[in-house]
Design a protein around this ligand. Structure first.
Ligand SMILES: [Zn+2]
Length: 266
């Protein structure tokens, strides 16, 4: 149920207190003291702790941008993405309470406000997973005016793993195999009815991830449908529903999905 605790994509319009908080730190009691600042690709990172030992992680995040280009034909980020890192949960909570008092607590957060994407996270053992997840949201949203919630989360779940583990070692895979063994499946249409994060539980996250896996590693027409769908969003063509495109390309969609995971072995 990790998805319930830490993920949130917020689209917040207009100028918020955040701008003042960041620009005018001295005037605000709760403003954090940034100890380090680094730029890696599109990511402008500020942290309340030294970032020396995090260089490999940030290089990996920069390569995520190339990976989205390679796998989804999504162009490089059109804007910089702010990443704010806190050394402990307390200071992270305090900062978020100041900035977004009405947002329920999450372990990491991607926020878009006034067209600027920002990622907030704090140090804990799963920080690399959280950053890859939230930065995937951020990279997608620099290019795409909208991404359906289930697809946004499915892609972020897929890319949250370190690159060599993405295809075969996501924790979703073994649970999914159990679901499929008992004939349990969530189709794309049912995922498309999820419009709020509260609509997405553990099962929805798992099947969102699984359909993304199917489109990236399964039959070519499925991959083509995804790439063309994202391209239409980017070019402001009405994209319709991805499920319709998938069914048009593959009338036996669920059968192919089950078959894909049945065959999916190293
Ligand atoms: Zn997410």
């Amino acid at each position: 149920m990790r998805g319930l605790t830490r993920r949130k994509f917020l689209a917040i319009g207009g100028a918020l207190a955040a701008t003042h908080w960041l620009a005018n730190q001295a005037a605000c009691q709760a403003a954090p003291l940034w100890a380090d600042h680094r730029t890696h690709g599109p990511f402008q990172c500020q942290a309340t702790f030294p970032l020396d030992k995090f260089s490999p992680l940030f290089e990996e995040l920069s390569s995520l941008e190339l990976e989205l280009q390679r796998t989804l034909a999504v162009p490089p980020a059109r804007k910089n993405i702010d990443v704010y890192l806190f050394d402990d949960e307390t200071s992270y909570r305090e900062a978020l309470n100041q900035l977004y008092p009405r947002v329920p607590y999450r372990r990491a957060l991607y926020v878009q406000r006034g067209g600027q994407g920002s990622v907030y996270a704090h140090w804990q053992p799963e920080l690399p997973v959280d950053l890859r997840h939230e930065c995937t949201h951020a990279l997608l949203h620099t290019n795409l005016a909208m991404v359906p919630l289930w697809l946004d989360e499915g892609l972020a779940e897929y890319f949250e793993m370190v690159a060599p583990q993405r295809a075969f070692q996501h924790p979703h895979l073994s649970k999914l195999r159990w679901n499929l063994r008992f004939g349990m499946i969530r189709d794309v249409e049912s995922l498309e009815t999820c419009h709020e994060l509260s609509d997405m539980g553990g099962v929805e996250y798992r099947f969102a991830w699984a359909w993304v896996h199917f489109m990236l590693h399964g039959p070519l027409p499925a991959h083509r449908a995804l790439v063309h769908y994202l391209k239409d969003i980017r070019q402001n063509n009405p994209p319709g529903q991805l499920s319709e495109r998938l069914r048009m390309a593959m009338p036996d969609l669920e059968q192919q999905f089950v078959q894909h995971f049945h065959q999916w072995k190293r």
